[in-house]
Design a protein around this ligand. Structure first.
Ligand code: 5CA
Ligand code: ZN
Length: 413
């Protein structure tokens, strides 16, 4: 599927350091490339049923920053992202609003593309709609059936049977790691809250996730080798990541609401399909809140990128406001943040178009910016380094203006 228009990224002389990022599986920053000069990034994409909110924007911006840091360090970056364009929340929203689910998905994907473009987020090389991959996913599920990892559960409301993944079957250790190991009660609660069905009768283990939903009247379905139906959630990301990037990928990314069950189960599927870890590292962004609650399509407390732009926000200021927070923190958006980012940007613009000041420490500022971003994407530290240069009378050399653009994605001047 078409992604979106790539922003220009200036070449800056020299290279930044190899980035480290916090790996949820081990609970500390790691260099997930492990000495390789290629970095393969998979980031879980949107479920397209409502506009891009600031939480989504912050998440894609964090991985955009990682991609920029890798490029700056000299890596070849390959980036894939899915869009969950068939799933219960999308179908429920379409039914609620009396619109066609495919039209709803197409219009929301379009909006997402425009928002990503406005924010100058680097597009994935492979932007993959789940509806285009149903055959491949079904093929993988058939393999899991043959190898004993998948089993069917009696499904009275369908001619076929739903298929589930047996979480107790893989012999390799595929959990995200001891660091993120949750107690069973928490896993059951999270599974119920995040798309799972622990109470479904007939499962071997309440935590077993759905791989394939057999066709139901009034629901979309595809004719495949595992019968008519549609894919479950986690398997889509395992199959797309593995097919497009090869396992193990360097980083599996998404918001912290995806740690369990989504990334955990996706890793389990990769273990069963390929006897490989899904990823060298699992990187998670914090949850952005607004008015005291996590921003969420289902809660409806949305601050959307489109809404801010329509109110006249400079997209660079939205970017700068988001970059002023640490990606891994949970934080709350206050309405004043945009105004303060807009003021900061005006100072930076004036500085970049001024050309006065001393140039002798400009290279140190370039190095400091690179070091901050490579250190677990410390963008607040990078923003502070620019502030210090602006306030301290450092001249805005072309290399300095370019590195702000290359790493922070903000063209000033
Ligand atoms: N389609 C699935 C992933 S395969 C999905 O989670 N879609 S989503 O539209 O619900 O979320 C898209 C991305 O935004 C996910 O990485 C999710 O973790 C992240 N996200 C959602 N809400 C927030 C929030 N309030 N703050 C930060 N990130 C968020
Ligand atoms: Zn995903």
């Amino acid at each position: 599927m078409r992604a979106w228009q790539a922003p220009s990224v200036p070449e800056v002389p020299g290279n930044g350091p190899r980035p480290v990022v916090h790996d949820t599986a081990v609970g500390r920053p790691v260099d997930p490339t492990r000495g390789d000069d290629r970095a393969a990034l998979y980031v879980c994409g949107i479920t397209p049923y409502d506009a891009t909110h600031l939480g989504h924007a912050a998440t894609y911006l964090a991985f955009d920053t990682l991609g920029r840091a890798w490029r700056d360090a000299g890596f070849d970056v390959e980036y894939a992202q899915n869009t969950t364009d068939v799933d219960d929340p999308l179908l429920e929203r379409a039914a609620r609003d009396g619109v066609d689910w495919q039209e709803l998905a197409a219009s929301q994907i379009d909006l997402f593309r425009r928002d990503m473009e406005a924010l100058r987020i680097l597009p994935p090389d492979d932007y993959v709609a789940v509806t285009d991959e149903v055959e491949r996913i079904a093929e993988a599920i058939a393999f899991l059936q043959e190898t004993g990892y998948a089993y069917s559960v009696p499904t009275p409301d369908s001619e076929g049977d739903d298929l589930y993944f047996d979480v107790n079957r893989p012999t390799e250790s595929w959990a995200l790691g001891d660091e993120s190991r949750l107690d069973r009660e928490t896993m059951l609660t999270l599974s119920a809250e995040r798309g799972g069905d622990p109470d479904r009768p007939g499962k071997r283990d309440p935590l077993d996730p759905l791989l394939w939903r057999a066709a139901r009247a009034g629901e979309p379905s595809w004719e495949t080798e595992v019968g008519p139906g549609r894919p479950g959630w986690h398997i889509e990301c395992s199959v797309i990541a593995g097919d497009r990037l090869g396992l193990p990928i360097t980083v599996q990314g998404g918001g912290s609401d995806l740690v369990f069950p989504h990334h955990e189960m996706s890793a389990g599927h990769a273990a069963a399909l390929a006897h490989q870890p899904l990823a060298n590292a699992y990187v998670h962004t914090g949850m952005i809140a607004y008015q005291g609650e996590k921003i969420s399509k289902s809660l409806g407390n949305l601050v959307t990128v489109r809404g801010l732009l329509d109110d006249g926000a400079d997209p660079r200021a939205i970017r700068l406001a988001l970059l002023s927070h640490r990606y891994s923190d949970d934080w709350e958006w206050f309405d004043g943040e945009l105004a303060s980012a807009t003021r900061r940007l005006a100072t930076w613009d004036a500085w970049a178009s001024g050309g006065a000041g001393h140039a002798d420490d400009a290279d140190d500022v370039v190095a400091r910016l690179r070091a901050r971003v490579a250190d677990d994407l410390d963008t607040p530290g990078a923003v502070a380094a620019v502030d210090t240069a602006v306030a301290g009378g450092t001249r805005s050399t072309p290399a300095l203006v370019d590195v702000v653009d290359a790493l922070l994605g903000i063209r000033i001047g």
